[in-house]
Design a protein around this ligand. Structure first.
Ligand SMILES: [Fe+2]
Ligand SMILES: [Fe+2]
Length: 268
């Protein structure tokens, strides 16, 4: 489908037994469109990951309510505090009285600065594993990002990696899965978006970046969920290859306890 003229939210799609995607698209004039996705983990303790675009407020709430009883929503995982990830946070908090916000210290500070209610924050400290309804979400700092509070996760049981802003791509047309995107289009989309969203990537230590990408390749998630990419089923190697070719190669050993290499090595 061609890029839309206004923000849209497509129908939710099942990813695994537990995970669904709420796929949104934001037109970027002259450049195509950027996916702006939220994700939902269903089960005993439903988790919403990010809250979409404010411009899609009614549609977002209606779509979410079609997937989960808002009274039952237990957690709202915020990847970071950018407007395209917290667009409907206040409304969801209002309509989902039992939901608590999962974020880290800086995320909570930014919520406070934005005048948002922090009384329902569940604070993630470095090294914490987040458990919800039998799912273990292991926090991990994605290889690149545009805000320092950014926190992704690896769902061990479902073999799902949530990359936040990492691996986002500006695309000329909409798509449901990266398998439907030609390789050069995907490459240009990844490089185009990362050069806008994380320009520092071009100056990053090449061996450190290579080490993170290699660790993700070894972890080999069944699904990569990015806030800004269509679904990537078994697609990690394709994504890391394009990023490595654009920005760096090599490997390194990391000392950051949240580093991809460290976390993935513990997954066994
Ligand atoms: Fe962002
Ligand atoms: Fe974003």
């Amino acid at each position: 489908m061609p890029a839309p003229d206004t923000p849209i939210l497509d129908a939710p799609r099942r990813i695994t037994n537990a995970w669904s995607i709420l796929p949104g698209w934001l037109p970027v004039p002259g450049m195509g469109a950027l996916p702006v996705n939220s994700f939902l983990l269903k089960g005993r303790e439903p988790v919403l990951v990010d809250t979409g675009l404010a411009a899609l407020g009614d549609r977002f709430i209606e779509t979410l309510a079609g997937e989960v009883d808002l009274e039952d929503l237990k957690w709202i995982w915020l990847s970071h505090m950018d407007a395209d990830h917290v667009g409907n946070l206040s409304r969801v908090l209002e309509l989902a009285p039992n939901a608590r916000v999962v974020t880290n210290f800086l995320g909570m500070g930014k919520m406070n600065l934005a005048g948002l209610d922090v009384s329902r924050v569940h604070l993630l400290s470095p090294g914490d594993v987040f458990e919800a309804g039998g799912h273990r979400l292991i926090p991990v700092r994605p290889p690149y990002y545009d805000a320092p509070e950014t926190i992704g996760f690896f769902d061990e049981g479902e073999r799902v990696f949530f990359a936040a802003d990492s691996f986002g791509a500006l695309l000329p047309t909409t798509a449901g899965d990266i398998e439907d995107i030609e390789d050069n289009v995907l490459r240009d989309g990844l490089v185009g978006w990362s050069s806008i969203d994380a320009p520092w990537l071009a100056h990053m230590d090449q061996s450190a970046l290579g080490g993170m990408l290699a660790a993700l390749d070894r972890a080999d998630p069944d699904f990569v969920l990015s806030g800004h990419l269509p679904l990537a089923r078994n697609g990690i190697a394709r994504l890391t290859r394009h990023v490595a070719n654009a920005y760096g190669r090599g490997t390194s050993s990391a000392i950051d306890p949240l580093a991809v290499e460290q976390v993935m090595a513990q997954l066994g």
